[in-house]
Design a protein around this ligand. Sequence first.
Ligand SMILES: *Cc1c(COP(=O)(O)O)cnc(C)c1O
Length: 462
Amino acid sequence: MQYVSTRGQAPVLSFEEAMLSGLARDGGLYVPRDVPAMAPDAMAALAGLSYEEAAFRVMRPFLGESFAEDELHEIIARAYAGFAHAARAPITQIGSNHFLLELFHGPTLAFKDFAMQLIGQLFQAALARRGQRVTIVGATSGDTGSAAIEAFRGLDNVDVFILFPEGRVSEVQRRQMTTPGEANVHALALDGDFDDCQARLKDMFNDFAFRDEVRLAGVNSINWARVLAQVVYYVTSAVSLGAPHRAVDFTVPTGNFGDIYAGTIARRMGLPIERLVIATNQNDILHRALESGVYETRGVAPSISPSMDIQVSSNFERALFDACGRDGAAVAQLMDALRDTGRFAIPRGALQYLRELYATGRASEDETRATIAAIYRDTGRIVCPHTAVAVKVAQESLGTAPMITLATAHPAKFPDAVEAATGTRPALPAHMADLFEREERMTPVANDLGALQSLIRERRRR
Ligand SMILES: *Cc1c(COP(=O)(O)O)cnc(C)c1O
């Protein structure tokens, strides 16, 4: 199994190498050279299996020779052992032909645990075998950081530095990042927004001397292994509703495009997904790009669904690569234009490809609040604001196939927004009940590459 960069200039890597390096050295993202198909029989045979066994069967062909079969079984078992629901990703019905895929039963209460817990175990196994250490640096709009810290805290061969935009994450999100006491964990409050965090992260990866000196590794959703982990629940949920014999639709609350790109891969493996719907909040660059054909950044407007408050949607580059006929030079040109001018026009053929692949919709702040309130009134369920954005868009996209809307976080991560909409304050699950009493530890840092690099050099263990 080989992985190639979306910009066409970086070396071709194995699964393990692509996972350990994160971003490709030409600034691109790694994607599989070929997506292995899953035969309808093999897909149907997943019905009734444990989540772990289904995960093994879905992911195995993408890993090539990187991990032995027994080792992979153990890694997957450890990754999902800390989830609070036996099904790991259960689905529930919220309306006629409309289902919620609950992805918030992991240790930090958001879907990112599915990928991050797995990648923690994969890193540990690979690094122990190689006798290496790495420095993981991640940027977060809230949920990635806590999921990464939870997955890597206390590991011997890894130091973790998480950049989050100061004052722009919820208190629960911040506390999940700042309260773990392990010496290998560092929460950095950056003076800027999430796009600044992402930009500084990319700068660090593009400074090859620094990258090699500290053995930088990335676990943002640009890391292919994370996308792969997320493919699994598309397959298991669709199979539980009758796939591959029956087609399904998915609506995905989208920010950095990692989750919906996993759905794209599931479809390329052969999962019958009729419609794949991108749901955005008021930061709707993806919705505008597919409507107008111009991908153009505007300032980020903070919303009640902060994990989707983003303008540069990193994984969109992967979809663009496919849309441009896998022409890395063409993608590199578009990305250069984006960096220099804040916009690019999607080439005509690519736009047509993307419009066939995805539908899009957006939810304003008022619509998001109204949807949280309506779901509570009609079903007694409380959903998080990200999920509400997707439910609103899904309701406008309902067709004949069952619609599966991804519920990406537990409402207790966003208690203020949820209470404002429903009058009810969602409680944290028991294992986190003392979060507000734990001591916080974080380091404020300027939006400056040099300052960040010195801090990381000084703090990492050797
Ligand atoms: C990260 C996140 C999203 C967006 O997912 P992407 O893969 O970045 O598109 C949506 N909802 C929640 C709760 C998240 O944490």
